[in-house]
Unconditional design. Structure first.
Length: 552
């Protein structure tokens, strides 16, 4: 455990991507099996310890520490694992000995029942130092928060074994922890593992943001254009009777969308956008992202929800046609294959993302500014001659998203962050003005925790501490009068009506675009501007300017 704890500690303190890669490569190179395999499972989110849950850990901690004191400590630290690791008092009956290995911890917890799990965690905590306790608790709760994605961990594996990351992605879903055959191959002591899994995931091709210098190359002879749909990227695979639905990161999400899997009556693999909508004249019409959210992050789904929020795939690329892998073909040929493949589907759960005709750049720009539906968030551009390559190659695909909406809102509440931000108030709730029964009042319209620099974070944290007017557990209420407060310029991708929020609106992907120290809170936006935006049908930033009463 000590070596794994040291790895996590160094990763969280290393900001650069290349630095994290070097740390991971060194760990994989110098750590024996199966410890490195269990570490890889934790880093990629493939490790689930069913015998221990966060609520059990809280109960376990309050058996050793006064519950009120633990509550204050947790509010101050902001992270459950870090709090327990710091306040944990080893039992007087605990025997001294060598610290357990990572594999010993994992295997003991896997074999434990739910009643035994917390007891075994407590015994391990008694035997470990604070940094190793923290690593153990992060391991069992599954939330490492160390700035390492599954993709980055796989890239470190590829670097360590001198392989392409796509070669690892191709076999990943046929492997299971602690990945000993994988490491034997990367060490040069074994053959490349052969995935026997049906309907495997294939590395997803991603687009680069379109920049000013890229625009001269965009012509209808070179680039195909299509709408960018506001859903979630998926890969649907039907292989010899086995059907799977993957997210862009390779997570199998089929259990939450049984209606999509049942309607996947094609043989092959397609890339597209998962959308949710409503049934209209025997077909499904795309709804908003908020409707899709009703079905996301569920391990199972009720029949009622399937009927009220039917899901479907808007396909825009073909990876496998029947049994033939067509990723090496140019996009023009893959598009023809896709049209034929989707045309054979009779279930109505897969349709084709239409191409967007244009004669010149100005015509394409005009269409982007006036999309035919709110569910569209921009334009995709794909070279006609591009193969389907996993990763984000520069040039073949571009995404040209619509400009974000921007409003001025006032900071109302703040909460401590997690991980390296646990000492700062970095999660912010902001609001806009409306006329209440007692006069003008601020009403919350969103939350954001990114978009600002580290230097700006220190400034905001200082403002929060100096202008706290109330506390609600870990949340601080921040002074927000018309003449005193902090104004954020908030960017967001869209807006939906919401019955769960007091303001009646919910923002899509809000982030802090700018700190407006120069602007008094009284000049922030009003709820009427957001309501007018909803009434206008999400017509883009121009609609927001009209709603504010400003010239377009």
């Amino acid at each position: 455990m000590e070596k794994f704890a040291a790895l996590l500690d160094r990763l969280i303190l290393t900001p650069s991507r290349n630095g994290k890669l070097r740390l991971l490569e060194d760990y994989f190179r110098t750590t024996p099996d199966p410890d490195r395999g269990w570490a890889l499972a934790a880093l990629t989110g493939a490790l689930d310890v069913p015998s221990v849950k966060p609520a059990m850990l809280r109960a376990m901690a309050t058996e050793r520490l006064d519950p009120v004191l633990f509550g204050y400590s947790y509010d101050y630290v902001g992270d459950l694992a870090e709090t327990i690791s710091l306040v944990w008092a080893p039992s007087p009956a605990a025997s001294e000995g060598a610290a357990p290995s990572l594999s010993a911890v994992v295997e003991a917890l896997f074999s434990a029942s739910r009643s035994e799990g917390p007891k075994r965690v407590a015994a391990f905590l008694d035997a470990l130092e604070p940094s190793s306790r923290w690593a153990l608790l992060k391991l069992v709760t599954g939330g490492l928060r160390i700035g390492v994605s599954a993709r980055l961990a796989k890239q470190a594996l590829a670097n360590f074994g001198a392989q392409e990351i796509n070669a690892i992605e191709e076999i990943w879903h046929g492997l299971s922890p602690p990945y000993e055959p994988l490491f034997a191959w990367l060490d040069g002591h074994g053959e490349r593992p052969v995935s026997a899994a049906r309907a495997p995931f294939r590395p997803v091709m991603l687009a680069q943001p379109l920049e000013e210098g890229d625009r001269p190359a965009i012509t209808p002879e070179v680039y195909a254009a299509e709408w960018k749909w506001d859903g979630i990227r998926v890969q649907a695979v039907s292989d010899g009777g086995v059907r799977r639905l993957y997210s862009r990161t390779g997570e199998d999400i089929g259990e939450a969308f049984p209606d999509v899997l049942e309607g996947l009556d094609i043989e092959g693999a397609i890339d597209g956008e998962l959308l949710v909508g409503r049934s209209v004249d025997g077909r499904i019409e795309a709804g908003s992202f908020s409707e899709l959210q009703q079905r996301l992050n569920r391990k199972s789904v009720t029949g009622k929800l399937v009927v009220s929020h039917p899901a479907f795939i808007r396909a825009y690329d073909c990876l496998v046609d029947g049994e033939e892998d067509v990723r090496a073909l140019p996009f023009r040929h893959r598009r023809s294959r896709l049209e034929r493949l989707v045309g054979r589907s009779l279930a109505g759960r897969v349709d084709l993302s239409p191409l967007l005709p244009y004669d010149h750049w100005d015509a394409l720009a005009a269409q982007r500014l006036a999309p035919p539906a709110p569910i569209i968030e921009g334009v995709m551009l794909k070279r006609w001659d591009s193969p389907y390559e996993g990763g984000r190659p520069k040039g073949p695909w571009f995404k040209w998203k619509r400009d974000p909406f921007v409003i001025d809102a006032v900071l109302m509440y703040a909460q401590r962050g997690h991980g390296k931000r646990s000492s700062f108030y970095s999660d912010y709730t902001f609001g806009v003005w409306r006329q209440g029964e007692a006069g003008e009042e601020l009403v919350p319209v969103g939350k954001a925790y990114f978009g600002f620099t580290d230097a700006e974070l220190i400034e905001i944290d200082r403002f929060v501490r100096r202008h706290t007017t109330g506390r609600f557990g870990p949340v601080r209420e921040v002074e927000h009068r018309p003449d005193l407060g902090l104004v954020f310029e908030v960017a967001f991708e869209g807006l939906n009506r919401s019955t769960r929020h007091r303001s009646g609106v919910a923002m899509r992907f809000p982030r802090i675009a700018r700190l407006r120290w120069d602007k008094p809170p009284a000049e922030a936006d009003r709820i009427e501007a957001l309501e007018a935006l909803l009434d206008a049908g999400d017509g883009g930033p121009a609609a927001l300017r009209r709603a504010r009463g400003a010239p377009v």
